[in-house]
Design a protein around this ligand. Structure first.
Ligand code: SAH
Ligand code: SF4
Ligand code: F3S
Length: 467
């Protein structure tokens, strides 16, 4: 069984065609012969967006992106190490590629596995030439110059930096929703999590720089932006000019911007001013991703999450008290060391109380360097699997009921998918639900349309366009 269960993905969304709509088209040098790169990305939205920025750096240096590793002179893997399986995938990909590599290519490992494993990657995969973690991406132009000069072992592994990764151009993949990092790294210390080690300390971008990029995005036609950070709401403007909630408001006031999203929020730093901003500004999407991780205060304490079950439920009550219904999604880990049947039952009862619109659920995976790796009383894999299945089934029923309650309502969607079947489209509501509908009109991609919900499943809605 897949270890993720969430609102959203369905048959249509994987088929997004790319539009000719790229800020990277601005003053790009002509590609030089032989300077080709292929990049594959694993992991979270921050990694996806980092890859877009890395692609911008490469295009700026005259590289051209190609679709297969075979066709590329430079092959980059932007990696994730959040769970063991994710990290293993990277080494199996590197292993597969070894066979095809005759030394004529430069292979690079970027991202969280690069930061975590460092130079050991050269030992496990000696055909790798570049190892660079996300906190060192500002050094990429230098590292690339070294590779181009023929150096075969190049690393960027510092994390003790205040700097953020801002580039002259970013080659965005998604033509409808533009990602934008506003805070990098993480200063929380959740006992299970590698991110503070792999992404370094928390660094916020200046609000002036964020707003400038939003204006540029609006200029090239984006109407939806998603502000990113591992703890996005811990954002602190280095110039101390504005708070996170004020930044949300300022972004939503940029002419041309119709939708503003942000992810991921940490419950500890989630305050009333964010709810008030969403309540009063329609452009701020009515969706909050607020990971709870467990419904048991005992386990939350062991996880070092810095809030109790009751405190989390208070934050939730604050969101539910908004005048505008706000959709809430979460992340949950089952089988954390020492999780008893009672702790797990507490998580299930929290699901009933919270009534989430989507849950990403995971089996606990022990990770290097983290405090939890040495905790006693590990839960057997089969038991973790059983708990995950129980949790997912419980949530499936909740989501089905919540989505069915939307039948008959009309929502505005931004159309971002087209099915191979004629006249079938997919859009996202402000609450981030997938709403599929049929319409004979040609090319609706990128348009906002009104759709009335006719049917509902646990992960998506089906409706009719309202003209
Ligand atoms: N910064 C975000 C999410 C980080 S990673 C936050 O604080 O919520 C995304 C999710 O992966 C986490 O919310 C958590 O549910 C899960 N995760 C992180 N480390 C994990 C581990 N060692 N085992 C299983 N799941 C993990
Ligand atoms: Fe990991 Fe916790 Fe930071 Fe999220 S807040 S990235 S779970 S350490
Ligand atoms: Fe993975 Fe790193 Fe993101 S570990 S989830 S790619 S921050």
């Amino acid at each position: 069984m897949a270890d993720q269960f969430h609102v959203g993905l369905d048959v249509l969304t994987g088929e997004r065609p790319l539009m000719a709509h790229s800020p990277a088209a601005v003053r790009q040098p002509a590609p030089e012969a032989g300077r080709t790169f292929y990049m594959e990305t694993f992991g979270c939205q921050m990694n996806v967006h980092d890859s877009e920025k890395v692609a911008g750096v490469l295009l700026r240096r005259g590289y051209r992106q190609v679709d297969t590793p075979e066709a590329a002179a430079l092959v980059l893997y932007n990696t994730c190490s959040i769970r063991e399986k994710a990290a293993q995938k990277v080494f199996s990909r590197l292993g597969q590629f070894k066979a095809g590599s005759d030394g004529s290519k430069v292979i690079g490992v970027l991202g969280c596995v690069a930061q975590q494993e460092g130079e050991q990657i050269f030992e496990r995969a000696p055909w790798v030439s570049l190892v660079c973690g996300s906190a060192s991406y500002r050094k990429l132009p230098e590292l690339l110059a070294e590779l181009e000069a023929g150096n075969r072992r190049v690393t960027g592994l510092d994390t003790d930096t205040d700097e953020t990764f801002e580039t002259e151009i970013t080659r965005r993949d998604n033509p409808f929703r533009a990602y934008l990092t506003i805070i990098e790294g993480c200063d929380k210390a959740c006992a299970y999590c590698v991110v503070p080690f792999t992404r370094g300390p928390e660094r916020s971008r200046s609000s002036a720089s964020v707003l400038e990029e939003v204006r540029q995005l609006a200029d090239v036609g984006y109407s939806e932006v998603q502000l990113l950070g591992q703890t996005v709401n811990s954002y602190r403007d280095p110039s101390r000019r504005i708070s996170f909630a004020e930044l949300l408001v300022a972004v939503s006031e940029v002419p041309g911007i119709r939708r503003v999203r942000f992810t991921t929020s940490h419950p500890r730093d989630f305050h009333r001013d964010i709810v008030e901003a969403i309540d009063s500004i329609p452009a701020l999407c009515d969706h909050v991703h607020l990971p709870v991780q467990s419904g048991s205060t005992r386990i939350l304490r062991a996880m070092q999450r810095t809030y109790t079950r009751e405190e989390y439920l208070e934050k939730l009550a604050m969101i539910r008290a908004a005048r505008r219904p706000i959709s809430v999604t979460t992340d949950i880990i089952v089988g954390f060391p020492g999780e008893t049947d009672q702790d797990f039952a507490d998580t299930l009862s929290l699901l009933d109380l919270a009534q989430y619109d989507g849950v990403f659920s995971f089996k606990y995976s022990p990770r290097p360097n983290t405090p939890a790796i040495s905790m006693a009383d590990p839960i057997p894999e089969e038991e973790k699997g059983r708990r995950l299945a129980v949790l997912q089934e419980r949530q499936r029923r909740i989501q089905t009921a919540r989505n069915e309650a939307l039948v008959g309502q009309t929502f505005e969607v931004l159309v971002d998918g087209q099915s191979r079947k004629e006249n079938q489209w997919a859009g996202r509501t402000s609450s981030n639900r997938v709403l599929n509908f049929s319409s004979p009109q040609e090319n609706l991609l990128g348009h906002y349309v009104q759709v009335k919900v006719a049917r509902a499943g646990p992960n998506s809605l089906v409706g009719e366009r309202v003209i």
